[in-house]
Design a protein. Structure first.
Length: 266
């Protein structure tokens, strides 16, 4: 091996290390991030009402379909939220190439050279009926992460849980009440209720979303190019959204053990 080859090898190894460090740093920052709403000056009417304590329940906002424009509103109303970044990208190169990364890196060719951009997806949830998925993209990794976190908070949705499995005779809301479908691009995802003890039989990144939403057992089926993770995740989000948008008849509420949003029994 000539010296030049050695040098390039060392350089590549350094790059791989940097990439790994960056991912770990992003994970640590998100895990340690403490909610700080002391110095918050609300800009919207809803924000002022939340700070004054006139609105204390998140359902008041979500049921009416009110647009939430400040992430601090969610932080005040649901302080026990947990955050996670999903692996939507891949690292490049020979060494450690192909490994899953938090940031999806894309490039634009210009006269000045290649201009990279970083995209990531953040999930936020309280493991009890509320979940949000946010997409963020920027020229640097840190603003991309911040954008994703902000969007996840603003895109918060309420989901309904239940037990729609005919193999299960329990009275808990551990799965979903009925099968739902979601689609994004070529990816089609179907979520089906499963009996107790099944676990989350789904792709790992989608499992993270369902876990933060508070669903414990599920079966799934996919179609299309599920390798494009961003689309698969968005399909999962759309499927979860149709859980609350489906009209339900009152007589079914008991047989399905339907719970919308927070489970008060827990
Ligand atoms: Zn059950």
């Amino acid at each position: 091996m000539s010296e030049e080859e050695k040098e390039t090898k060392e350089q590549e190894e350094e790059v791989v290390k940097e990439v790994k460090d960056e991912d770990e740093r992003a994970k640590e920052v998100v895990a340690k991030k403490q909610v700080n709403i002391d110095g918050w000056v609300p800009k919207t009417n809803i924000g002022r009402k939340v700070q004054d304590g006139k609105i204390t329940d998140i359902n008041e906002l979500l049921d009416k379909g009110i647009n939430i424009l400040e992430p601090e509103i969610i932080e005040t109303l649901l302080p026990e939220m947990k955050t996670e970044l999903l692996l939507i990208g891949q690292s490049k190169g020979k060494f450690g190439g192909g490994q899953r990364r938090i940031f999806r890196q894309t490039q634009k060719k210009t006269k000045e050279g290649n201009k990279p951009k970083f995209a990531t997806i953040a999930v936020i949830g309280n493991k009890n009926g509320f979940v949000g998925v946010g997409y963020g993209k920027s020229r640097e990794t840190v603003p991309a992460r911040e954008k994703a976190l902000r969007n996840a908070k603003l895109n918060l949705i309420k989901i309904s849980r239940g037990c729609g499995s005919w193999q299960c005779t329990c009275k808990d809301a551990h799965s979903i009440p009925f099968a739902v479908k979601g689609k994004c691009g070529s990816v089609q995802l179907k979520l089906m209720p499963a009996p107790k003890g099944t676990g989350l039989c789904i792709e790992p990144e989608c499992a993270k979303i369902l876990e933060l939403a508070g669903i414990k057992d599920i079966w799934s089926k996919t179609k299309g190019k599920t390798k494009s993770k961003a689309k698969l995740i968005m399909a999962c989000e759309k499927a979860l959204l149709s859980l609350i948008h489906t009209k339900k008849q009152e007589e079914h509420n008991k047989t399905l053990n339907l719970v919308e949003g927070k489970d008060k029994g827990e």
